[in-house]
Design a protein around this ligand. Structure first.
Ligand SMILES: Nc1ncnc2c1ncn2[C@@H]1O[C@H](COP(=O)(O)OP(=O)(O)OP(=O)(O)O)[C@@H](O)[C@H]1O
Length: 558
């Protein structure tokens, strides 16, 4: 191999006094930006054969600084600085550390085992050698996510098959996580992927397809009481574990009443006939009928009202003859009322698994639910999808799904127990066998229990400023050395350190492609918005109408 393949036109410095196979100091007049890929061509002698060997060491700058040379003797000052290797009249130099991850020897790509000699010239890594290291994935199994930072000429792809070992995306707010989610979902869907995003803030509801053939379906998640296991629903209605009698009463009532409603809705749909059928099947007091007539809204609201009343009357009947239970029953009924008052419910809500399709990104908008409900709903959905993928596999027709969990610190909290955690951990452990992959997204890694991330093997680390966050991510990834972790503080928007099986053996600094079809979540230009709001209010024809702007008009304004 000629060493020329390892040289570009740009010399960035020389090897300094510290030179190890995997960590090299580079001395230069100007600091080399973090994330710059460098190459060091050099020769060595094979100690067993005595043969000469050509090496092309490639690495990435992980820290950089300026240092001032403090003269200790007048004679030092008298020397031209160039004589001591520093071409700077100000007597300062810029030492940078580069983590060397590859030694290209001929056609072999190896882990570095020999250090280059001090003073060896260091080059900006040539495109050809970087493409050799990072390229070469089959277009059938891989998708592009961006390009090497500072090197738009070197495209970076990930191996989609490795996603069965799950993914963790983290970075501070505004670092570009949602854009990464959007680009990954879109590109994976474009090759037929089945994607679901658990959208906690409704951030993806206006996502537009970016690649050809991708379809986006947004559902505002509402609980369908007939499709949730009664004991889980009872726990949602009575969250206090100590209230076991109340829970038991509600659970029994739900079991009984749901059976009846299932019959009615399966036969008649959500119609007046279903209401008639239910009235005939079960006696209902005149007082309740009066309330039902007064109940405003559509047929579905009336059915939900009836469902609630049946549950309460079941609870009261069951406890009528037991003095001890009567008090619990009244409390349980009050909780049922409260739950129905504050929860988005619908008998028409399909199962999530009925909505999963190849090339579709299913956005599950849970922003109308409160934190507790979101936690339960996530559990319900994950259990359902895991069961579904298992069934498909057992029937010989695997149906892989990639499931994104946004704001994962809410569900995998290091200091709070949640109901969805067990389901997430189960999917992390078992999902691989059935083709259910998780992509866990969070801006607060330090708040996540590191044990739950132990199954994750693929990572996107974006800007992380706090040392606690950097330490946490170092704990979960063996490949993330301290200098690389500290380098996360200087990442720009959309830049990431991507690691794990899906990208290969070496960490890669990537500028993630921008998804042009994502609007919500983009940082607002608030000064311009305020100006335009003021102009609208001041315009005589619109004056005072702002409060009445329709949702569409507001969206336009944003
Ligand atoms: N790769 C990128 N290239 C260019 N701009 C980007 C890139 N990634 C993100 N941005 C821009 O940066 C802003 C923040 O991005 P994004 O919403 O993805 O961040 P985030 O980390 O998800 O933030 P949050 O945690 O607050 O939701 C947006 O305006 C987005 O358009």
């Amino acid at each position: 191999m000629s060493l020329d393949i390892c040289r570009s036109d740009i010399v960035v410095g020389k090897v300094g006094s510290e030179s190890r196979p995997n960590l090299v100091e580079i001395v230069s007049t100007l600091p080399i930006p973090i994330g710059t890929y460098i190459s060091i061509p050099f020769n060595s002698i094979d100690i067993s054969t005595g043969e000469k060997r050509f090496h092309c060491l490639v690495g990435v700058v992980s820290s950089t600084s300026y240092k001032r040379i403090i003269p200790v003797t007048p004679s030092f000052m008298a020397q031209p600085s160039i004589a001591i290797g520093i071409e700077d009249d100000m007597l300062r130099y810029a030492p940078s550390m580069a983590r060397m991850f590859v030694d290209v020897i001929g056609n072999d790509i190896r882990v570095p085992s020999v250090p280059p000699q001090p003073d060896t010239q260091v080059y900006l890594a040539p495109t050809q050698i970087l493409s050799k290291i990072f390229g070469g994935r089959s277009s059938e199994t891989s998708i592009r996510i961006g390009y090497l930072i500072g090197r738009p000429d070197v495209s970076i792809s990930i191996d989609v098959n490795a996603l069965t070992k799950h993914l963790f995306i983290t970075g501070t707010t505004g670092s570009g996580k949602s854009n990464t989610v959007a680009i990954l979902s879109d590109r994976i869907a474009s090759i037929g992927g089945v994607i679901a995003i658990y959208d906690v803030h409704g951030e993806y509801t206006s996502l537009q397809p970016y690649s050809e053939g991708v379809e986006i379906k947004v559902i505002d998640y509402k609980l369908n009481p007939l499709k949730i296991n009664p004991s889980i629903l009872a726990r949602m209605i009575i969250p206090e574990a100590a209230a076991s009698i109340q829970r038991a009463l509600v659970s029994k009532a739900l079991r009984e009443v749901s059976k009846l409603f299932q019959e009615a809705i399966e036969t008649h749909g959500v119609t007046e006939e279903a209401i008639e059928y239910l009235r005939k099947k079960r006696s209902i007091s005149n007082e309740q009928i009066g309330d039902l007539e007064d109940e405003e809204g559509d047929i579905e609201s009336k059915l939900l009202y009836l469902y609630r009343e049946y549950i309460k009357s079941f609870i009261r009947n069951k406890s009528a003859n037991n003095k001890l239970f009567r008090e619990s029953a009244e409390k349980a009924c009050a909780k049922v009322d409260e739950f129905f008052e504050y929860t988005s419910l619908s008998f028409k809500m399909p199962r999530i698994t009925d909505l999963l399709r190849p090339s579709r990104i299913l956005i599950i908008n849970s922003s109308m639910l409160n934190d507790e409900q979101r936690d339960y709903v996530l559990k319900i959905i994950l259990d359902e999808i895991l069961w579904y993928t298992k069934q498909h596999l057992l029937q010989g027709s695997p149906f892989p799904v990639l499931f994104f969990i946004e704001e994962a610190h809410l569900f995998l909290s290091a200091n709070r127990t949640t109901v969805s955690r067990a389901s997430i951990e189960r999917v992390a452990r078992e999902g691989r066998k059935f083709g259910l992959s998780l992509a866990i997204v969070s801006q607060r890694p330090r708040n996540i229990d590191p044990n739950t991330l132990s199954q994750v093997q693929n990572f996107v680390f974006m800007k992380l400023v706090q040392e606690q966050d950097q330490n946490m991510v170092m704990n979960i990834s063996d490949m993330l050395t301290e200098d690389l972790a500290r380098s996360l503080a200087s990442m720009d928007v959309g830049e990431a350190l991507v690691m794990g099986e899906w990208i290969g053996r070496f960490p890669v600094y990537v500028k993630i492609d921008r998804h042009e079809g994502k609007r919500i979540g983009t940082s607002l230009e608030i000064s311009q918005l305020w100006r335009s709001l003021r102009n609208r209010i001041q315009a005589p024809e619109i004056g005072g109408r702002l409060a009445m702007l329709s949702m569409d008009e507001l969206k336009d304004l944003l």
